[in-house]
Ligand binder design. Structure first.
Ligand code: PLP
Ligand code: ZN
Length: 411
């Protein structure tokens, strides 16, 4: 593909041929990174061309995606999720120039659809028959959604504790669902072994280098929605580290194409017991496994699968990492919902909890423009939401009972 210069290993720098790609580095097993021919792409993908393009989906960025053509695209519309300026929430927490990118508005209700769309399109180009993935739930339900209506069969590995709504999505979209008696890291290892054994095309985060390419489209949209500028800070909930590195790549692509003039700082938010990347960033040492225990299932990871590129995104952008407790994450769900109308799953709300902590620690100024990436919809985990809000009031259909409630001050 002429638009792709090389595919480089993040760890050892070895070059690989895109058209004959293994998932990871053939020398050291490191994650791969697609390097584009910006000089060539610059001739086609410009601010002026984008302004004229009526396509309101991620396919408007085809010139800088690792696909040959638009012949084999999944059906549902992906991307162009709203970017809201959330004045009330901004005032409440002391950052008036605050925005929410509502990724729960994608077809399967999470940001993962961006990655799945690109990977499914590539699998169709390659005439693959069977796709697989391991996931805490969202990547898998997204893959199942986007392979629906194609001839691809989908076999999914999820940890046995995966949230019921995510499992329901998988089953409804027709995936074969294998619940692994273990955690996400165990499901991940099994999916890789299955791919090696049976040749199934693997979409797993931090293994397939195309996932980052899909996720970067979120940053392209942010720049367009902010009048062709980037914000000062982008707050991202982090588990494996693939979303944050994908978003960073998007800003870099637009910067190298001359579409934006400055880059944002990337701020990683992790859950306290699932904070391997934060620990490595703060200590300057290697990424070491942690327990991964958190209520925010989507960012519950013991050993991050794309940790190195996440660390690079944080460092290269001059950003930082914060960790938040499960309690802080839970509180952020209704706080965000009540001030903005956006209902986030725990991982999606973790960004708000992290932003509040960063403000308290003096790491965010009240003059900064800040974008919170709300990565997944709250209906994906209603148990946690109700834990945060408490239960509703129950009465018989009797006006006197209602009166008693009003008189008691509960209404
Ligand atoms: C809703 C949500 N938020 C955040 C993340 C974290 O992304 P990553 O694992 O790439 O860091 C995920 C990943 O599953 C997710 O589904
Ligand atoms: Zn390597």
């Amino acid at each position: 593909m002429r638009k792709i210069k090389t595919v480089q290993c993040i760890q050892c720098g070895k070059d690989h041929d895109f058209d004959d790609l293994d998932m990871d580095c053939t020398s050291c097993g490191g994650n791969l990174h697609i390097v584009y021919n910006y000089k060539l792409i610059k001739k086609r993908l410009t601010y002026e061309e984008l302004e004229k393009n009526p396509d309101k989906s991620i396919w408007r960025y085809m010139d800088i995606l690792p696909l040959s053509s638009e012949k084999h695209l999944p059906l549902p519309n992906i991307g162009f999720t709203p970017l809201y300026k959330v004045d009330k929430l901004g005032q409440n927490i002391g950052v008036p120039d605050l925005y929410i990118k509502d990724e729960g508005r994608n077809p399967s209700a999470s940001l993962k659809d961006r990655a799945s769309a690109v990977v499914v399109a590539r699998a169709l180009e390659l005439k693959e028959k069977i796709m697989t993935a391991a996931s805490t739930g969202n990547a898998a339900s997204s893959l199942a959604c986007l392979t629906a209506g194609t001839n691809l069969k989908t076999i999914i590995f999820v940890p046995e504790k995966a949230q019921a709504p995510k499992m329901a999505q998988l089953l409804v979209f027709g995936a074969t669902v294998i619940m692994v008696k273990g955690n996400y890291d165990d499901a991940f290892e099994l999916s890789i072994q299955a791919s090696q054994e049976y040749g199934w095309y693997n979409r797993s985060t931090g293994y397939n280098p195309l996932t980052r390419e899909g996720k970067k489209t979120c940053s392209f949209e942010i720049c367009e929605q902010m009048d062709w500028e980037s914000p000062e800070k982008v707050i991202v909930p982090v588990g494996d580290g693939n979303i944050i590195s994908g978003l960073w790549k998007g800003f870099i692509d637009f910067y190298k194409l001359g579409i934006i003039e400055k880059l944002p700082q990337m701020i990683a938010v992790q859950a306290e017991n699932s904070d391997a990347i934060k620990r490595a960033f703060d200590s300057g040492g290697d990424i070491e496994p942690v327990s991964g225990n958190t209520i925010a299932d989507s960012i519950s990871v013991s050993m991050p699968k794309d940790g190195m590129s996440a660390l690079m995104a944080i460092k290269d952008s001059g950003g930082f990492a914060v960790s938040v407790s499960d309690d802080e994450i839970l509180k952020a769900i209704p706080e965000m919902a009540r001030a903005t109308g956006v209902f986030a799953e725990p991982a999606g709300a973790a960004g708000l909890a992290g932003l509040k902590k960063a403000i308290k620690e003096g790491k965010v100024d009240d003059g900064d423009s800040v974008v919170l990436i709300v990565t997944g919809n709250g209906l994906k985990d209603i148990k946690s939401a109700i834990k945060a809000t408490g239960k509703p009031l129950y009465i018989n259909p009797d006006i006197n009972e209602l009166k008693r409630l009003v008189d008691s001050g509960k209404i």
